[in-house]
Design a protein around this ligand. Structure first.
Ligand code: SAM
Length: 307
C-alpha cells in the first residue's frame, strides 16, 4: 500500500516513468543547455550534489571536472538505472548514487554546486521550489554559509493570451497542450505580448505561492480562449560575458473556462494563483481573463493619426 506522500508523489510526477527519462535524454535542447551550464559552473576539483538524479546524466556531466558528485534519487527504479548507466560511462566512479528523499538528504560535507532539475512549466507538479527551500534551511543549519551555487540559479515565468484552435479532425476538445518553442503552430494566434509574472532567484528565500494580476493590450481582434505559460530557466550566469546559459521549457497552453471576445486595442485583465509544485487543475481553476477597457478604436475604420 502506498502512503499519502507516495500517492501524491505519483500523481504530481515525482515518480516519472522510466520511458519519460529516456525522452528527457533525447530532448537535445534540454541536454545541450545543461551540458554547457554544468561545464561552465563546475570547476576542477569541486564537490557537486544533484537532487533528483534520474538516469544520472547531469551527474555524469558534472563528474567530468568534479572530484566527487553526490547524486540523490528517490525512485528505486531510477537509482538502479543511474547506477547501471554511470558504470558504463567515463568518471562514473566519481558519482555516488544515493537512494534518499531530497527533502531529507544532506551531503556529508559542504558542496560547491547543487544541480536540481525537478522542473515543470510554471514550477507546477514537480517540487523544485520546495526542495531547494528545504535544502537551503537544512544546509545552513548543518554547515553555515555560504550556500552553494544552484543550477538553475533563477527562473523567469511569463504568460501570454492566445487564440488557440481545439479542433482535432472535427472533434472539439479544449485540452492542455505542450508546444515546442521553435515551431510555428498554425492553430495558435498570439493575441498580445507576453508579460513576466514571476522571477524566482534561488539565492533568495522564495514564497511557495505564485500569484499575479496584470493587463495586456490586445494586438488583434479575435477570441482569447487560452493562456500560454512560458518558463525560462537561467541555468548559469556567466559573469565574464555578462550573459546567461538558459533552458526554455516547452510552452504550456491552458484553455480558459470562459473564452473572451476582444478587439485590437482592448485591455485584458488576467489573474491567477497557484502553489509551486501544485497541480495544473489548481492553476486552471484560478485563471480569470476579462476585458477591462474596450478599445476606443473602431476596427477597420481607423482615423489617420495626423490627417
Ligand atoms: C525531471 S527528473 C530529472 C532527472 C535527471 N536529473 C535529468 O535531468 O535527466 C526529476 C527527478 O527527480 C526525482 N525526484 C523527485 N522527487 C524527489 C525527491 N523528493 N527526492 C529525490 N528525488 C526526487 C524523480 O524521481 C526524477 O528522477
Amino acid at each position: 500500500m502506498l502512503n499519502e506522500r507516495e500517492i501524491e508523489s505519483c500523481y504530481l510526477g515525482q515518480f516519472i516513468p522510466v520511458h519519460y527519462h529516456h525522452n528527457m535524454l533525447m530532448d537535445q535542447n534540454r541536454m545541450h543547455s545543461f551540458k554547457s551550464a554544468i561545464a561552465y559552473a563546475v570547476k576542477p576539483g569541486m564537490k557537486v550534489l544533484e537532487l533528483g538524479g534520474g538516469t544520472g546524466v547531469l551527474s555524469f556531466f558534472a563528474a567530468a571536472k568534479a572530484s566527487k558528485v553526490y547524486c540523490v534519487e528517490f525512485n528505486p527504479d531510477m537509482v538502479k538505472e543511474a547506477r547501471k548507466f554511470l558504470a558504463i560511462n567515463p568518471n562514473g566512479e566519481k558519482v555516488e548514487v544515493i537512494h534518499a528523499d531530497a527533502f531529507e538528504y544532506l551531503p556529508p560535507e559542504p558542496v560547491d554546486v547543487v544541480i536540481c532539475e525537478m522542473i515543470h512549466v510554471g514550477m507546477l507538479r514537480e517540487k523544485q521550489v520546495e526542495v531547494i527551500e528545504s535544502f537551503k534551511r537544512r544546509y545552513l543549519e548543518r554547515f553555515g554559509g555560504p550556500l552553494p551555487v544552484f543550477m538553475p540559479e533563477a527562473v523567469i515565468m511569463a504568460v501570454q493570451p492566445l487564440q488557440q484552435e481545439y479542433d482535432f479532425e472535427g472533434f472539439f476538445a479544449p485540452i492542455v497542450q505542450f508546444q515546442e518553442t521553435q515551431v510555428i503552430y498554425p492553430g495558435t494566434v498570439e493575441m498580445a505580448q507576453p508579460a513576466v509574472y514571476s522571477v524566482l532567484d534561488f539565492t533568495q528565500p522564495n514564497d511557495m505561492m505564485i500569484g499575479w494580476q496584470g493587463k495586456f493590450v490586445v494586438e488583434r481582434s479575435g477570441c482569447v480562449n487560452a493562456m500560454r505559460f512560458v518558463t525560462k530557466n537561467i541555468l548559469s550566469v556567466v559573469q565574464e560575458r555578462n550573459s546567461t546559459i538558459d533552458w526554455l521549457n516547452h510552452y504550456m497552453t491552458l484553455p480558459l473556462a470562459k473564452p473572451v471576445q476582444a478587439k485590437e486595442g482592448d485591455v485584458l485583465e488576467v489573474s491567477f494563483q497557484y502553489r509551486a509544485g501544485g497541480s495544473l487543475p489548481s492553476l486552471q481553476a484560478s485563471l480569470r481573463c476579462e476585458v477591462l477597457y474596450e478599445s476606443a478604436l473602431q476596427p477597420h475604420h481607423y482615423a489617420p493619426a495626423y490627417a
